[in-house]
Design a protein around this ligand. Structure first.
Ligand code: GDP
Length: 197
């Protein structure tokens, strides 16, 4: 399906979240993992630009996706990147307080798309996030970014390391640069995010 994407709002507190209506897909990952580029590849440049605007990088940025007849179908929630502060011990220590409740309690949150860089060995912060999502029972997908940077052999090796490090076998590789894996990612998103009528 073709969607039109519009920026809705930046939320800095739970009271600012949009009313829970259509299913939401959240995008998470360490800073620099390629989240803006991936959003750009999924829905267009405007969305990615909005999210990286200074001041909005600590907020949850919501985007509304409508179908051809203008009906709201889903929302994308772009979460702040983590991993800035070298010394903070946990993800929650550096994340604004409203993020964890959003992930744990938001009734319309259908899927968390967790981004990891396929060029980087498995990171404890990412593992921590995935363990926490497992713990709270939130469905998630793991997507390895920037796959265009690796040759076939390296890709296989790095992917195996990520699977082992995260104890999770179903990792999709994507490239915002070449478009590899974008269609597959859309299929995953639609499988979770589209309201069945
Ligand atoms: P964010 O901080 O997670 O939003 O990451 P960005 O989307 O800003 O990307 C961080 C850096 O990685 C930038 O220099 C991008 O050009 C680069 N990058 C992002 N996606 C890709 C990709 O698919 N392939 C390659 N080769 N570089 C990428």
């Amino acid at each position: 399906m073709r969607y039109t994407t519009q920026f809705m709002l930046s939320a800095m507190a739970a009271a600012q979240f949009p009313a829970p209506t259509v299913p939401e897909i959240a995008f998470l990952g360490r800073s620099n993992v390629g989240k803006s580029s991936l959003l750009n590849a999924l829905v267009g440049e405007k969305a990615a630009k909005v999210s990286s605007t200074p001041g909005r990088t600590r907020a949850i940025n919501f985007f509304l996706l409508t179908d051809e007849s203008g009906r709201p179908k889903m929302r994308f929630a772009d979460l702040p990147g983590y991993g800035y502060a070298k010394i903070s011990k946990s993800i929650s220590a550096e994340w604004p307080k409203f993020i964890e409740p959003y992930l744990a309690e938001r009734e319309t949150l259908a899927l968390c798309v967790c981004l990891v860089d396929v060029n980087v060995p498995p990171q404890p912060r990412d593992r921590q996030l995935l363990d926490w999502l497992r713990h709270v029972g939130r469905p998630f997908a793991v997507v390895a970014t920037k796959v265009d940077r690796l040759s076939g052999n390296q890709r296989t090796r790095n992917l195996a390391a990520l699977k082992k490090g995260f104890e999770f076998d179903d990792i999709l590789t994507v490239s915002a640069k070449t478009g590899a894996g974008i269609k597959e990612l859309w299929s995953i998103i639609e499988a979770h995010g589209v309201t069945r009528e």
